[in-house]
Design a protein around this ligand. Structure first.
Ligand SMILES: [Zn+2]
Length: 263
């Protein structure tokens, strides 16, 4: 689903093709067959219909000469509210497309619009949207922060460490385990920072700040290509400003500079 495009029509997003543009280009019947329509509530309580195109049909759109924005790069073109709408739609569409058959009895399923769930008409099993919590942690050691590089990052970019919550685990336990696994150190004083939906395809990033307790850096080469302690006045390239990772690092920088009276 990584290259799935999200197309909106209920709300003006000039950079994205509307359903009418698509209908004209592709032919309505072909479009009806492949697009997943999803209802999303806007911040001001209105209902918007978003049309999500499965990745296997992207070729049709390209062939018609239309521009398509994969959601991963769409957030550079969309306002935060529009990104929230298309992100929600993409997450719901992914759930609908991956639950067309009951995972318990294999019968075809049906979406129940009243409960926003998918119900199996044969065995009654209810299927709810998947949301996968992950922690993202800024580890602080005095005026330095621990930042690492994943192999998939753009050149020179470092970020806070992150990992998915495992069954039976609290968020705090996940913070301890992930930091120990990825960087070989122990932390304490874990504080909640904030959260961010990350619909690729269904993560909820839960941000924390933690203090270094003990241990020397020893990185997990399967997860990171590098990790270092960076001074607040000498930070590397960071992820996109709208990411929670950027906000965690910016918050750290501001706090250290306020405490030290430096610039
Ligand atoms: Zn079933």
């Amino acid at each position: 689903m990584e290259n799935q495009a999200v197309l909106t029509a209920g709300k003006p997003t000039p950079e994205l093709p509307t359903r009418k543009t698509l209908s004209d280009a592709l032919g309505t019947s072909r479009l009806e067959a492949s697009v997943v329509d999803v209802e999303v509530q806007t911040a001001d309580g209105k209902s918007v219909r978003v049309h999500v195109l499965p990745p296997e049909d992207l070729g049709l759109v390209h062939a018609a000469g239309l521009r398509v924005y994969p959601l991963r790069s769409a957030w550079r073109h969309l306002s935060p509210e529009d990104f929230r709408i298309v992100g929600t739609a993409r997450q719901k569409a992914d759930w609908i497309l991956t639950h067309r058959f009951c995972s318990r009895c294999a019968a075809p399923t049906a979406l129940d619009p009243d409960t926003q769930s998918i119900r199996c008409p044969k065995c009654g099993q209810m299927h709810y949207p998947r949301i996968s919590p992950a922690v993202i942690v800024l580890v602080q050691r005095g005026r330095r922060a621990l930042l690492g590089r994943s192999p998939r990052f753009a050149d020179g970019v470092y970020s806070t460490l992150a990992g998915f919550v495992e069954p039976g685990e609290t968020l705090e336990e996940c913070v301890h385990r992930e930091i120990k696994e990825e960087a070989g150190i122990r932390v304490h004083n874990i504080r909640y920072f904030g959260s961010q939906s990350h619909p690729f395809p269904n993560s909820l990033m839960v941000g924390f700040i933690a203090d270094w307790l003990d241990g020397n850096l020893s990185i997990d080469p399967d997860e990171l290509t590098d990790a270092q302690w960076f001074d607040a006045d000498d930070l590397p390239l960071r992820p996109h400003p709208r990411s929670i990772a950027f906000r965690l690092i910016e918050d750290f920088k501001q706090r250290v500079q306020n405490e030290n009276g430096s610039r």
